[in-house]
Design a protein around this ligand. Structure first.
Ligand SMILES: Nc1ncnc2c1ncn2[C@@H]1O[C@H](COP(=O)(O)OP(=O)(O)O)[C@@H](O)[C@H]1O
Ligand SMILES: [Mg+2]
Length: 349
């Protein structure tokens, strides 16, 4: 038996547009994998090829090692949740949830029983007789979710399912989706353009750009070790400082460091990436600290986020936990930022 889910060399072209190029990925059973990327990066195309709504121009998709590329979508045992709830407006909630069972020839009594159980799982017991228009947006999306899991699919696909909901509800639904997924044990592929959502929910993230995979890894690996400037910029906030290795020294503007053991070689030119939390206020300017002026301060509850302007490096973002023994900085104030080269990631470009 092969990998529970696999994409092998998938490509999709529309005339001159390459929607997806050389997309290969194996997903383990029970894994929660997120396709993350900006609009137009090929996320929906990849998902729809797996679901069977789009034929790839090249490559194969397989479940448990069996190619399904030419199998009709309703034979794939895949559940699907879209951004628009796509509920049947004339059917009540119970019938909406039971619909995939009806398509599979399950009798009414059994269907209603399973639909009620699925509704209970998304905390909508007692809503079976309502019509979709009698529900809030969040409730409708929970119904759509119940409908996607009611037949216990091996694979559940979700395409920006929370995009239409407000932030508080989105966060609550993120937890709920993870809990239900753990209970059912299905494999999930989740699509979002929201990097915070991807980091919070996923076992692994596939970062996409221009129809290609930019990086695949766990949330921590993607955050701590971005492999290119696209990923560094798209996932979390990053400061990219132009740097080079000249005469055995690492140079950032006028500042000179020893090249770290696993650092780049002589002649390298690129960027040093530092996360906002990797900076700390230095006690004195000069030396290796970066002098800057505070432009803006934002209160984030447990921390402050600062925007600063450095004459040498331009705009820098840094973050400071509260209660570090000093007063918060104010716009217009001068400060100096220290950092450890251990935290730096070296990127080409
Ligand atoms: N039916 C289509 N015809 C032509 N181009 C398409 C079609 N579907 C998608 N595309 C193009 O393919 C690229 C990827 O689209 P899509 O997979 O929908 O991106 P995402 O879901 O990441 O926003 C985009 O450039 C989009 O315009
Ligand atoms: Mg899309």
């Amino acid at each position: 038996m092969g990998s529970p889910l696999s994409f092998a060399g998938i490509g999709k072209r529309y005339g001159d547009v390459a929607a997806l190029t050389d997309f290969s990925l194996d997903v383990a059973a029970g894994e929660f994998v997120t396709f993350l990327g900006p609009s137009g990066s090929g996320k929906t195309t990849a998902l729809n090829i797996l679901a069977g709504f789009i034929d790839p121009t090249e490559g194969e998709v397989a479940i448990d090692g069996v190619p399904i590329t030419r199998l009709p979508s309703d034979k794939r045992n895949i559940g699907m949740v879209f951004q628009s709830y796509s509920l049947f407006p004339h059917m009540n909630v119970r019938d909406n949830v039971g619909f995939p069972l009806r398509m599979r020839g399950v009798v009414r009594a059994r269907r209603d029983h399973l639909a009620e159980a699925a509704l209970a799982m998304v905390r909508l017991e007692g809503f079976g007789d309502r019509k979709p228009h009698e529900l809030s947006g969040g409730q409708r999306q929970r119904v759509a979710f119940a409908r996607a899991v009611v037949f216990e699919p091996q694979v559940l696909l979700m395409d920006e399912p929370l995009g239409a909901l407000d932030l508080k509800l989105r966060e609550a639904m993120q937890d709920e989706i993870r809990q239900v997924q753990r209970r059912i044990g299905c494999t999930v592929i989740y699509v979002t353009h929201d990097q915070g959502e991807a980091l919070a929910m996923s076992d692994r993230i596939v970062v996409m750009s221009g129809g290609r995979i930019a990086q695949v890894g766990t949330p921590a690996a993607i955050y701590d070790q971005p492999q290119n400037t696209f990923v560094a910029r798209f996932v979390g906030e990053t400061n990219l400082l132009p740097a080079s290795v000249v005469e055995g020294e690492l140079r950032l503007g006028s500042k000179v460091f020893a090249v770290p053991a696993d650092g780049p070689g002589v002649g390298w030119q690129g960027s040093v990436a530092l996360r906002p939390e990797h900076f700390a206020r230095a006690t004195a300017a000069g030396g290796q600290a970066i002098s800057c002026t505070i432009l803006d301060v934002a209160f984030h509850g447990g921390s402050f986020r600062y925007v600063a302007e450095s004459p040498e490096f331009g705009r820098l973002i840094f973050q400071e936990q509260r209660g570090q023994g000093h007063e918060p900085l104010a716009p217009g104030q001068a400060t100096a930022l220290g950092f450890s080269m251990d935290k730096a990631v070296f990127l080409n470009g």
